[in-house]
Design a protein around this ligand. Structure first.
Ligand SMILES: [Zn+2]
Length: 602
């Protein structure tokens, strides 16, 4: 693959010269010092759960203003240092000193968390005074949304010593289980015959074979994968029980009605909205099943077995060079706005993107903000496929979202997962629409539609199965631990419910719970429905843009700038969208259904 040879690696030397440099060491020292100073500030002003007593509004405003103006730069520095360390850890898993620094930073983060909890507990006691300080200009007023949300969420806090202990134990409790899952999955390998050669392949390479062109390879990879998961299911079931048990205990102790309650608050939507979203998605399942049955028919099955979910169909242009990708994306983005095109051009030019797959680099893709230099960095594993071109567009969407927020503080830009995917899905759609419009042959159109539907099926249908799985696991975990068999049973039941007659019921995937890292996070439970929300919200906005044209852009950029300062419902209402009713979700799903119709017709 000569084209892959010239793929770029990212450059963060404008942030700090290296992990060993004085500048970086000084940044860590400065971070620790700022934390110490903020701790002192809290003590001096009696910020703690017992504190507050009789305070005048003006004095309260003064203390809160002081807290905000100290916390923002601290978080900015933390997030910059974190991004810098992450840039090494994620591209070179053999870098022991980077891993060491990562762990050191996790402990620093616990200190910040403790200050935050302390502030939250203190704010709870201000009760009726808070609205008074949000009127006159100043940092408090500029952070109204953050303060109101903090006050609202402070109802679900344990006592300060309990929260402090929970934060420290997290590293050796839930977080340790989650790391164990990561380690087991990254070290699991399988003997597999590929191209006539028997090799020992990492499980991630086996998972990638689900996209392989040869049906026999896909089938054998599926079988090999399932038997590999079987060998590690006991430690993974223990890890999952540990993580979920941790969440159940803490959410009960914090007075939450259930673990979903926390996730809904994090997503900033209510239960009613989620129920509407899920049931509207379920209404669209017959269409997705129609797509899966059409795919089965084309591949020569009565019903599609699990290992064919990612089988390629049609013939796509699958050897995009990096230069072509860059030109194509910038050109398509320019059709939307100059600002977006310029941002993309800058990302390519100034080495914001690490595209080269290599040993020791993590899989997948992500985008991170580097606040100190007001830039972003993107990691992906580019292989020249249409899918990886669209991944680059997706991640650039995140960078664009960051760019729309550069003039805001960190506490003003705490974006929930439900809105975090708005710009990325939007940018991905700009590119996939363009690719589809340019396709010249039937086979190419088919391949493009397949790539798009494959991923929508994951986000709408598979995500629903994951949501159902997690919901049931939490309900059962409240009473007792679950066995590996029980996890498998719940998984199969959830998949049957979601996929219905779209898949062959005899070949589902009982071990999906073993390797999806999302199930193993103690801080982000139900890390599934926000993806569906994000996809449908991004698509819905795209449809509005198509109708409205250029006049849409200013409002859209202002929405992106405000994702940390208004709820999704409030932001949506700017575009006359009501996310509490099925209509909006139905319209977005219709866009996917149109693609299904085109696919089936071909
Ligand atoms: Zn994304």
């Amino acid at each position: 693959m000569s084209k892959v040879d010239s793929l770029p690696r990212w450059d963060l030397s404008n942030v700090y010269p290296s992990l060993e440099s004085d500048q970086f060491r000084m940044a860590i020292e400065s971070l620790k010092r700022q934390i110490g100073e903020l701790e002192d500030y809290c003590v001096q002003n009696s910020i703690g759960q017992s504190g507050i007593g009789l305070l005048e509004s003006s004095r309260l405003k003064e203390i809160v203003d002081g807290y905000i103006t100290r916390m923002n730069p601290l978080l900015r520095l933390f997030s910059t240092v974190n991004a810098f360390i992450t840039s090494f850890v994620t591209t070179d898993s053999y870098n022991a000193s980077a891993k060491h620094l990562e762990s050191e930073l996790e402990m620093i983060e616990v200190q910040i968390k403790k200050i935050d909890v302390r502030f939250q507990g203190w704010l709870r006691n201000t009760g009726s005074l808070l609205p008074n300080i949000l009127i006159s200009p100043g940092p408090s007023k500029e952070h109204s949304f953050y303060l109101k949300e903090t006050l609202e969420q402070s109802r679900y806090l344990m006592s300060e010593p309990e929260e402090s202990l929970a934060a420290e134990l997290e590293l050796s409790g839930g977080n340790a289980w989650s790391k164990l899952q990561g380690t087991i999955c990254s070290q699991l390998s399988v003997d597999f015959e590929l191209n006539g050669k028997r090799e020992n392949l990492p499980i991630t390479a086996i998972l990638n074979l689900s996209h392989h062109a040869d049906p026999d390879v896909r089938h054998r990879a599926y079988a090999a994968e399932l038997s590999a998961w079987k060998t590690v299911r006991e430690p993974l079931a223990a890890a999952l029980n540990g993580v979920k048990g941790d969440v159940v205990t803490l959410s009960r102790r914090r007075g939450r009605s259930d673990p979903l309650h926390t996730s809904l608050d994090q997503a900033r939507i209510d239960r009613e909205t989620l129920t509407t979203l899920i049931s509207t998605m379920q209404d669209s399942f017959p269409s997705f099943r129609r797509y899966l049955r059409a795919k089965a028919k084309r591949l020569g099955y009565n019903a599609l077995p699990w290992w064919e979910l990612f089988a390629p169909v049609g013939r796509a242009h699958n050897d995009y060079s990096w230069i072509e990708t860059r030109e194509f994306i910038v050109e398509q983005f320019a059709s939307f706005s100059d600002r977006l095109a310029r941002l993309a051009e800058r990302s390519f030019q100034q080495k914001w993107i690490d595209a080269e797959p290599r040993d020791g680099k993590r899989g997948g893709a992500f985008c991170m903000e580097v606040p100190a230099v007001q830039e972003s960095r993107i990691l992906c594993n580019f292989d020249g496929s249409l899918d990886s071109v669209s991944t680059v567009a997706h991640e650039l969407g995140h960078a664009y979202h960051n760019e729309c927020q550069v003039h805001k503080t960190i506490l003003q830009t705490q974006t929930p997962m439900t809105l975090a995917e708005t710009a990325s899905i939007f940018c991905e759609t700009i590119v996939s629409d363009a690719v589809l419009a340019k396709a010249s042959s039937k086979e190419e159109r088919l391949a493009i539609l397949e790539t798009s539907l494959m991923s929508s099926t994951q986000v709408i249908v598979d995500i629903t199965s994951r949501f159902m799985f997690e919901k049931e696991v939490f309900e059962k975990r409240e009473r007792s631990e679950l066995s590996a068999d029980e996890f498998c049973e719940i998984m199969i039941r959830s998949q049957k419910n979601a996929y219905g007659d779209g898949l062959d019921e005899t070949y589902l995937h009982e071990y999906m719970w073993t390797w999806k890292p999302h199930y193993y996070s103690t801080t982000l439970s139900f890390y599934n429905f926000p993806y569906a929300f994000g996809l449908l919200f991004g698509l819905g906005l795209y449809a509005i843009y198509k109708k409205q044209g250029a006049s849409f852009i200013a409002d859209y950029e202002s929405l992106l700038a405000s994702t940390g300062e208004e709820t999704p419902a409030e932001l949506a209402s700017r575009f006359a969208i009501d996310i509490k009713t099925p209509d909006f979700w139905r319209e977005s799903l219709k866009l996917i259904e149109e693609r299904i119709d085109q696919y089936v017709a071909l």
